[in-house]
Write a protein that binds this ligand. Structure first.
Ligand code: 13P
Length: 258
């Protein structure tokens, strides 16, 4: 069984003091669950260093929501993987909000992935189809294109630090999560595609689900064989909800071990 990963994507929420206070609360309440799963928070860049320090020595890891592909230079407003290296564990790449609102292309995401691995970051690569693509039956085509473009030239060694987040765009922030069966089926496709690039490694790579994950639907999602965790948006901003999502996942892990 693959070890689950629960990641909280805070997007553009919280001030620095609020984020810090929240991280300390999570540190206190989530530590007991770290025996069963990996935990990551993805705060906004402005508070990342502060929160990394607050969580130092604790099993909750930190990650950035985005970074560029160059190490340094005239790229106003951008941060680089080199700046994150050594103290930040994860980097989220290719979130649909980055693709849609900021025009990030598959080719750019490939460069970001290469740069992140060059600096030893673990990567969560997000893929997923839009509502229109879903309704016109193009999910397989879209996921195949996004994955093969982003993973072009990525080595087997680098891929050991790669998690894929399947986030159907129509499920993000809408309250309409994919059904566990649909998510499982599409994530099975993701694993088949991973196997084309990484052969035997694909069986041990994590594929996590994102899109309206709540305490109420966590258990049914996590019980699916292809779902290795969750990338949580809105529900990761409320301690009570995020803790319940982590608890429910830990319970599924425990029940599968029995
Ligand atoms: P919601 O959980 O708010 O739907 O957001 C999902 C997401 O985009 C996580 O990256």
């Amino acid at each position: 069984m693959r070890r689950p990963l629960i990641a909280g994507n805070w997007k553009m929420h919280f001030t620095v003091p609020e984020g810090l206070e929240y991280a300390l609360r999570l540190r206190h309440d989530l530590e007991p669950y770290a025996a069963h799963l990996d935990l990551v928070v993805l705060p906004p860049a402005v508070m990342l260093w502060e929160i990394a320090n607050a969580l130092r020595g604790c099993p909750i890891k930190v990650g950035a929501q985005n970074a560029g592909w160059e190490d340094q230079g005239p790229f106003t407003g951008e941060i680089s993987p080199k700046m994150l290296a050594g103290w930040c564990d994860y980097l989220l790449i290719g979130h649909s909000e980055r693709r849609q609102l900021f025009g990030e292309t598959d080719e750019e995401l490939n460069r970001k992935l290469q740069a992140a691995f060059r600096h030893g970051l673990k990567v969560i690569l997000a893929v997923g189809e839009t509502l229109e693509e879903y309704e016109t039956g193009r999910t397989v085509e879209v996921i195949t294109r996004q994955l093969s473009a982003a993973l072009y030239g990525i080595t087997l060694t680098a891929a050991t630090d790669l998690t894929i987040a399947y986030e159907p765009v129509w499920a993000i922030g809408t309250g309409k999560a994919a059904t566990p069966q649909y998510a499982n089926q599409t994530m099975g496709l993701v694993r088949t595609l991973l196997a084309r690039s990484f052969a035997d490694l694909a069986a041990s790579m994590r594929v996590i689900y994102g899109g309206s994950v709540t305490p109420a639907n966590t258990r049914s999602l996590m019980e699916q064989p292809e779902i290795d965790g969750a990338l949580v948006g809105g529900a990761s901003l409320k301690a009570a909800d995020f803790i319940q999502i982590v608890q429910a996942t830990a319970e599924v892990v425990r029940s599968k071990r029995v």
